[in-house]
Ligand binder design. Structure first.
Ligand code: ZN
Ligand code: ZN
Length: 784
């Protein structure tokens, strides 16, 4: 027998190896193996097993890693789809489906050797001094891991083995499982009583799970052809749901009861949550529900804060079927749950579901694809769904489920827009706090209620300017201005981390103006001014500058919950998921800050952020109030957020996107070229553009009709096959980052999988100058 192996080095090619007789029982599709490659030994995954090979003189597989196949055939199929659709090497996609701790050879089950003293019969032997010291320690500790003993006694394993030879100790090998939540005390919970809207949503989801269906005949009949076929499949509306629930509407309870239903039918579930929402509280809610009773199962957690060992163990608990529920960030979508009944993607609009390095997959879209491949029901949940998912409901691809009201009859907060243009005082610029917001904070302090203030910009001032010559302090490596951090007395770049001391006069040699000034407001300044306005208030700031250690987040939220903090100031860290009954006021310092970014999603993002932040108010008995300070108070994103009018905003935003042929009316492939020499990058980008035009037109359209559109050098190929628009090359919105110049070409099409395949071929035959690199991002979430 021979095995076809995809090697971990990106060669876009698979190689055949012979399976030695002694490994025959271990090698299967999905096995991790070590194979010889030239003079090296390389790791790879078996993608197929066959009787014979077209290649002569096969080398044998050297070693099989792990006792079980690590990549299940279903996950393998998913990896192939990712390579195909996201235009990356299959090896790169395969690599991402296993956590590094599982992939690497050295991360087997961390079996640990334990040393225990044995009862001494007869006379105690006379030991050399070192051995006697080691024995003393073992006797004192009664049980100690060999590694710890060796370290503690500053000895070697050989010395301990000598004690074993004397019959004084036993050394046994045991699996010591690491449990990242071992220290938590988890109290079991029972299902809550659901309201009619929750019940209706649950009913739809559970009956979809119960429905017998033949969702994917292609997968069943010809799994090997499925990868490319899959990219053409469209989701079944009856099995993909968008759960749109306003903030506080009890989405999690729906998830929990849907998971219980999956377990009752012998199936497992994957729950994706954004990394930032993966707090111990979130995890506890899931663990508590399934910690006892007849549906008891382990809940495995996968996220980046786990140690490699913990990640390894959590993953294997899933692979062995002991943990049937997985809760995790983006990459948990690849967890080997079998059989899989349900996938939940909470906060599905979150951009952190998109991986920013190859493979640049979007976990929500991978979830939908996996659901289709494995006949699992997929539930996307959000208070502010992405426009793409909303459009998919309108098109009938997903089923929309609505939770229009908060649980326990809490009212939606009252949102007031403050027109900041009216607060601008002569020559002094706008204040940070409008009189209205100041008054509202005063009231809350008097009533001993809590306030959250939101500003999505950290630091003190966002730039340092000279009013005389116009000098602005900029990062030497990136095309952004430097932010002033007052506590550290330095200027810092938020892109590359570069820091500088603050000049005392304008650095322009001809200017030297001592009256340089800071402009723009960051969270540090808000904290500072607030402290002056309310000297007796207990104020805490929460942003990446303060939250440096793992426990900080938890500690601050704990203090806020127990009322040790009156006012919490924060960036997007505080925007979602937090539930504090005593918060009755939310202030959004500059609502329109994100509106004016060069990104077609700026409006959608602002609407989502305002709605999410506002949702933190009024989660208890007292109705919440939200003050939105804005310089463009009549912008639709702000006005619709004020009225909690989700449908209104989405409808007008859809009209705008359709007009400009942006997603969801097309899909985007963003090609970014980068290098240190701007001229070379620009030249390479223009060359690539010509190649794209030549190849894509040649293959797709017979008679192109080039025509200039409003958005630059756009080539309209007409509504044929691809519906392709090629725009650019143009400098990236952030032209220079970490000393690399970036130029972009944007392609838009209605049929991305076809374009992806064409792109893969074009890129392979493309020769770029050696110091210019190309990044292909399919369905990018950020255009910067
Ligand atoms: Zn100057
Ligand atoms: Zn920089």
């Amino acid at each position: 027998m021979i095995a076809r192996v995809s090697l971990e080095i990106a060669l876009r090619k698979e190689f055949d190896y012979s399976i030695p007789a002694e490994l025959a029982s271990l090698v299967d599709v999905g096995s991790r193996v070590q194979v010889p490659f030239g003079p090296r030994k390389i790791l790879g995954v078996v993608t197929a097993v066959a009787e014979e090979s077209g290649q002569a003189k096969l080398k044998p597989i050297l070693k099989v890693i792990g006792g079980q196949t690590l990549v299940t055939p279903k996950v393998l199929q998913l990896a192939r789809w990712i390579a195909d659709y996201y235009c990356c090497a299959p090896e790169t996609a395969l690599k991402s489906v296993l956590p590094e701790a599982v992939r690497k050879e050295d991360a087997g089950w961390r079996e640990r050797l334990f040393v225990r003293p044995l009862p001494v019969s007869g006379e105690f032997p006379k030991l050399p001094k070192r051995q006697q010291e080691v024995w003393n320690l073992v006797e004192e500790r009664r049980e100690i891991s060999l590694a710890e003993l060796v370290e503690l006694a500053k000895t070697t394993a050989a010395t301990v083995r000598k004690l074993e030879d004397h019959g004084l100790v036993e050394i046994t090998s045991e699996i010591s499982e690491r449990d990242p939540y071992a220290r938590e005390i988890i109290l079991a919970t029972q299902p809550l009583v659901v309201n009619p809207a929750q019940a209706a949503a649950l009913e739809k989801i559970t009956s979809a799970m119960d429905a017998k269906n033949d969702a994917c005949p292609v997968m069943r009949e010809k799994p090997e052809a499925a990868a490319s076929a899959a990219s053409r499949l469209t989701p079944h509306a009856s099995r993909t749901f968008l759960l749109h629930g306003v903030t506080g509407s009890g989405k999690t309870e729906v998830y929990l009861q849907a998971i219980a239903h999956a377990l009752e039918h012998g199936k497992g579930a994957i729950v994706l949550v954004p990394e930032i929402s993966l707090t111990p509280q979130t995890v506890e809610r899931f663990k508590a529900r399934f910690s006892s009773g007849k549906l008891q199962t382990l809940v495995a957690v996968l996220h980046s804060h786990l140690s490699a060992g913990e990640r390894h163990d959590e993953w294997h608990k899933i692979r062995q079927g002991r943990a049937r529920i997985v809760i995790g960030a983006r990459s948990a979508i690849f967890a080997p749950v079998e059989p899989l009944g349900l996938i939940i993607v909470d906060e599905e609009h979150e951009h952190t579901y998109k991986q920013e390095e190859a493979p640049r997959y979007h976990a929500r879209d991978v979830a939908i694809m996996r659901g289709q491949m494995e006949n699992a029901v997929v539930v996307l949940g959000s208070a502010t769904p992405s426009l793409e998912s909303y459009a998919n409901c309108k098109k009938g691809k997903f089923t929309l489920l609505d939770l229009p009201e908060r649980v326990d009859d809490q009212k939606m907060p009252h949102v007031r827009i403050v027109d900041m243009r009216q607060s601008v005082r002569d020559g002094k610029g706008p204040p940070i706090f409008s009189p209205q917001l100041k008054e509202a904070i005063t009231q809350r302090l008097e009533r001993k209620e809590q306030t959250i203030l939101f500003l999505n910009r950290r630091g003190y001032s966002t730039s340092l300017q000279c009013p005389k010559c116009g000098y602005v302090a900029e990062c030497p490596n990136c095309s952004v201005s430097l932010t002033y951090h007052r506590a550290e007395q330095k200027l810092a770049c938020h892109i590359c981390g570069h820091t500088e001391i603050v000049p005392s006069v304008c650095p322009e040699p001809k200017c030297k103006n001592p009256a340089i000034r800071f402009a723009g407001t960051g969270t540090q300044k808000v904290e500072d001014i607030l402290g002056k306005l309310f000297p007796h208030a207990r104020i805490q700031r929460m942003d990446a500058d303060v939250m440096k250690r793992k426990d900080d987040y938890r500690r601050v939220l704990g203090d806020f919950r127990t009322g040790k903090i009156d006012i919490l100031i924060g960036t997007q860290m505080i925007a979602k998921g937090l539930h504090f009954p005593n918060v009755t006021l939310v202030g959004i310092i500059y609502a329109d800050m994100a509106l004016h970014q060069p990104d077609f999603r700026a409006g959608e993002r602002t609407f989502q952020l305002l709605t999410q932040v506002a949702g933190r108010a009024g989660r208890g008995d007292v109705e919440g109030e939200v003050f939105v300070q804005a310089f463009t108070p009549f912008h639709p994103a702000i006005q619709y957020a004020r009225r909690h009018d989700f449908v209104g905003f989405y409808e007008q935003e859809l009209a705008f996107r359709e007009q400009l042929k942006y997603p969801p009316f097309s899909r985007v492939a963003l090609l970014t070229l980068k290098g240190r020499n701007e001229e070379k990058v620009k030249f390479a980008a223009e060359h690539l553009k010509r190649e794209l035009e030549k190849k894509l037109i040649e293959r797709q359209v017979q008679s192109p009709k080039p025509k200039d559109l409003a958005d630059g050098t756009t080539l309209d190929l007409g509504h044929r096959i691809l519906d392709l628009i090629i725009a650019g090359p143009a400098p990236a919105p952030l032209l220079r980052a970490e000393n690399f110049y970036r130029y972009q070409i944007m392609l838009r099409t209605r049929a991305m999988s076809a374009l992806s395949r064409e792109l893969a071929q074009i890129i392979q035959s493309l020769t770029l100058p050696e110091d210019v690199s190309l990044v292909v991002d399919i369905d990018p979430v950020s255009l910067s």
